[in-house]
Design a binder for this molecule. Structure first.
Ligand SMILES: [Zn+2]
Length: 491
């Protein structure tokens, strides 16, 4: 077992990773709030943590991987006020909130399966753990670090600050938070219930029209967003576990609040390592619904979005994510995906040739060293871009040996073959036999046909343009015309 090194957000340094129990790792990752179809923002985290989980398994650890489903308590605006995201969607779709949760949990898992992300060992739902959350809130009140106010319960950040450091994860300073909160937010509904503007809700009193509500020692209500992760991670991984993961957008307030809650209830911090992935930008811009640049994963697969002229397969998407280090931002664009698709294709084509390489008695290359570099990169804070660069080096060797421009011994060939299976397939979870992304060639052919058809139209040769459309249709390929041009799909 090699020594894995991991950047710990808590210490802001790369640390050697050692598990609490030898041979076992407990890992908790914040899952989706299931109120809408999976979008581009749901792609990176699951792939990054899946690769890290597979790396731990490759290194001989038994991993218990918990990823929750948030189906209650996450309010519009991500703070203590506003409507529950699921309830709002349920109202819009005129269905039960649990129908909303089920629909989007299913579509989320469908996307995860497509991207070859392993299912979690346990996938707990917030609504199924109300008792655990109530019990945890009671312990926090008992510790003197939370108070009831008008049927709601708030975490007392000021009291907590006396012995602990609220802000230790995010690096935020409480005084600045108070100044930042300002008077404007204090005037918001509910703020008067709080002793201080930065206190956050553990439990919210429900108004009668609120659909999702439960009985509690403080009356009918529902849990705050942050308490579910503290309660469920403790239930399934113990009050102290190895790794807590999530996106950098969750650092504050969500993870900061998790640390405060768990520390208040258990007298020690929950996770030893906090692992955060950076965000995806779109054409250099932050992803946001207000910018109207949210792309659904289904649109990405189908190419059915104004920013895309065609679809990209899940294997390409996974490769695209892994070409960047998880702590760097990743910029999404059609061009970037095309480049990834091209690179992936080059690797896949080289890997196909391995079986055809005739072994020689001596070798031109030091394959062992390259294979070792791949492992070294992965255990060094999950450096997938370097690992991929080394795989390209192996692909170059295969191509040269296949063209008789270099020599590989039988043991080199075996080494490359097992490296592809172990690192490319096993740990990075990429499909070495993938042919769906051969769509690249298909796309080029379709571009030619679409171009010919448009030329025929311009020359008013409608017999020919219609023939192209109809004969493609006979083969199950539909052309779709719009202002932006013509796209196609396979029916
Ligand atoms: Zn969480």
């Amino acid at each position: 077992m090699a020594q894995i090194k991991l950047y710990n957000t808590l210490s802001r340094t790369i640390e050697p990773f050692n598990s609490l129990t030898p041979g076992r790792v407990g890992m908790y990752v914040c899952g989706p709030t299931v109120y809408g179809p999976p979008h581009l923002g749901h792609v990176r985290g699951p792939i990054v943590f899946d690769v890290f989980r597979r790396l731990l398994m490759d290194q001989g650890f038994q991993v218990r991987f918990v990823r929750n489903i948030t189906d209650v308590g996450h309010l519009v605006g991500d703070a203590d006020e506003g409507e529950d995201k699921l309830q709002k969607q349920a109202r819009l779709e005129q269905i039960e909130p649990m129908e909303v949760a089920q629909t989007y949990t299913d579509s989320y898992n469908w996307v995860m399966d497509a991207m070859n992300v392993m299912r979690p060992s346990i996938e707990p739902k917030a609504s199924g753990h109300i008792i655990e959350q109530i019990e945890m809130i009671e312990s926090i009140i008992h510790a003197g670090l939370a108070y009831e106010s008008n049927g709601s319960v708030y975490f007392d950040v000021t009291a907590y600050e006396k012995e602990h450091n609220y802000g230790k994860l995010s690096g935020r300073v409480l005084d600045e938070l108070i100044a930042g909160a300002g008077n404007a937010s204090r005037e918001l509904e509910g703020q008067s219930e709080k002793k201080s503007a930065h206190d956050f809700a553990l439990w919210k009193r429900a108004s009668p029209e609120h659909i999702m509500q439960w009985s509690s020692p403080w009356g009918k209500g529902f849990p705050g967003w942050h308490i579910e992760c503290s309660a469920m991670s403790a239930k399934y991984l113990g009050s102290e576990f190895d790794i807590h993961g999530g996106g950098m957008d969750l650092l504050f307030p969500h993870h900061e609040c998790e640390i405060a809650q768990s520390t208040a209830a258990h007298k020690h911090e929950p996770a030893r390592y906090w692992m955060h992935h950076n965000m995806i930008t779109i054409n250099g811009q932050k992803m946001a619904k207000s910018l109207n640049n949210g792309i659904k994963v289904s649109e990405l697969f189908e190419g059915n979005h104004p920013l895309l002229t065609r679809g990209f397969g899940p294997n390409t998407l996974r490769f695209f994510v892994l070409q960047a280090h998880y702590r760097s931002t990743l910029d999404f664009s059609q061009e970037a995906l095309e480049a990834s698709e091209k690179g992936l294709k080059r690797l896949l084509e080289a890997f196909k040739k391995i079986d055809g390489v005739v072994p020689e008695s001596e070798s031109t290359f030091n394959t062992k060293e390259i294979v070792q570099n791949i492992e070294n990169a992965l255990i060094d804070d999950l450096n997938t871009p370097i690992a991929i660069a080394q795989l390209f080096e192996l692909a170059k060797y295969i191509n040269m040996a296949s063209d008789k421009k270099a020599k590989l011994t039988l043991s080199d060939i075996d080494e490359i073959r097992s490296a592809v299976a172990r690192y490319f397939g096993g740990i990075m979870g990429l499909n070495a036999q993938d042919r769906s992304d051969d769509n690249g060639a298909m796309n080029e052919v379709m571009d030619i046909l679409i171009q010919l058809r448009s030329e025929a139209k311009q020359e008013k040769n409608y017999a020919l343009s219609d023939a192209i459309r109809n004969r493609l249709k006979d083969k199950g390929i539909e052309l779709m015309d719009s202002k932006e041009g013509t796209t196609w799909k396979i029916n």
